[in-house]
Write a protein that binds this ligand. Structure first.
Ligand SMILES: [Zn+2]
Length: 167
């Protein structure tokens, strides 16, 4: 599913999670509400938690987020758009600047990552814009687990199952 999210400034952690899932997510904590207008494109989906922004953008595709918890906020987005695990591309996008990241040669990051990382990892990706380097770390595993449980939880909910939830 090709969608661009525009998150208002109250939704920084949700924006980060959407980027972890690989969604094109515009988020600028400094941006005024009026700037959000400029970012709108056909097909983009506005995310907000404030009634003021909701009123201003009532003619747009908008999801009004109710929860304060980033993981529940993510569930609200997933439910509203009926997203499935097939729609996500985890760890394909820079978390800092939202640019799709690219595979790079291991040799080229020799002096740019800690020694133990270079010695234990083989796959490195880099953001072509801000140059941040990404690799598979323990936080990646934890995030993958959370992503899995996020969608599993929803699927179970759909079929009315009563499996034990792990968190
Ligand atoms: Zn970047």
């Amino acid at each position: 599913m090709q969608v661009t999210f525009i998150a208002d400034r109250t939704l920084g952690r949700l924006a980060k999670w959407l980027r972890i899932l690989g969604f094109d997510t515009l988020y600028d904590p400094e941006a005024a509400d009026s700037r959000l207008h400029d970012l709108c494109r056909p097909g983009s989906v506005m995310l907000t938690r404030t009634h003021r922004v909701r009123l201003k953008f009532r003619s747009r595709n908008l999801i009004f987020i109710k929860s304060n918890d980033p993981e529940d906020q993510l569930r609200e987005v997933i439910k509203a758009l009926n997203l499935s695990q097939a729609d996500v591309r985890p760890f394909s996008r820079c978390l800092i600047c939202n640019t799709p990241i690219e595979l790079i040669e291991k040799e080229s990051v020799r002096n740019a990552v800690p020694d133990y990382v270079w010695e234990t990892q083989n796959d490195f990706r880099q953001c072509p814009r801000c140059r941040k380097i990404y690799w598979h770390g323990s936080h990646t595993d934890r995030s993958m687990e959370r992503i899995k449980s996020l969608f599993e939880g929803l699927d179970k909910h759909k079929v009315g199952g009563s499996h034990t939830e792990f968190s």
